[in-house]
Write a protein that binds this ligand. Structure first.
Ligand code: CA
Length: 225
């Protein structure tokens, strides 16, 4: 899951970015309105959610929201705002935002709201499976044959992406875009390393891997694994 964060106050931006990365999200940060607008419109299909500060130098969060909404009616948008009158909140929602959160806020509250929006976007599907592997996004639990398996945040995010796209070929460039982020140096060999971590934890020794390598292209999870 990839999130665009547009926030000009560096300490707040870093706090949110680090927290979301620890939760396994890929996060791109723009520190002014103009860059935020460019990234939002330039990569809109890549983003699963936009987090927009309201007051930004250059272009306001409201304006980014309006323009992004014109291009994509689906992407969830949350405002971060110091404004706290009802009128302002209504104005933000009328501009096309799904939700807003007032500063200062607890990270857990922001995370909860993000998860709610991503869940409704996915048609509420929270449990994914493949063979005897089962993953519950909400409880953050992965089991194989009913036995819990401990995954790191990145392993979890990678497995989630693969299972959400079960049966489809997941291209390496696409995996990098969705699971890592824009500042990543695009050395896709890191994916192979993480696929191996997942195989070590989830495959049954002596049996075919749950994730198939599509040579030169990427990976695919099949249901009969
Ligand atoms: Ca601001």
């Amino acid at each position: 899951m990839r999130i665009l964060l547009v926030e000009d106050e560096t300490p707040i931006a870093n706090f949110i970015r680090d927290g979301l990365r620890e939760e396994g999200f890929a996060v791109d940060v723009a520190d002014n309105g103009r860059a935020g607008l460019e990234m939002a419109l330039g990569y809109l299909e890549e983003y699963d959610l936009l987090l927009l500060d309201w007051m930004l130098p250059g272009v306001s969060g409201i304006e980014i929201c309006r323009q992004a909404r014109k291009e994509n009616t689906e992407v969830p948008i949350i405002f971060l705002t110091a404004k706290d009158t009802v009128d302002d909140a209504v104005f933000g929602l009328e501009a096309g935002a799904n939700d807003y959160i007032r500063k200062p806020f607890a990270f857990e509250e922001l995370l909860a709201r993000i998860r709610v929006l991503l869940r409704s976007k996915d048609g509420k599907q929270q449990v994914f499976s493949c063979g005897d592997i089962e993953m519950n996004i909400e409880t953050y639990r992965v089991t194989r044959g009913g036995e819990p398996v401990e995954l790191t945040q990145k392993e979890f995010a990678l497995l989630e992406y693969l299972l959400r796209n079960k049966g489809k070929v997941c291209r390496r460039t696409r995996i990098i875009e969705k699971v890592w982020d824009i500042n990543f140096d695009h050395d896709t060999s890191v994916i192979d390393v993480y696929i191996n971590f997942l195989r070590k934890k989830l495959d049954h020794p002596g049996e075919p891997s749950f994730v198939e390598t599509i040579r030169g292209v990427g990976y695919r999870v099949n249901d009969e694994a």
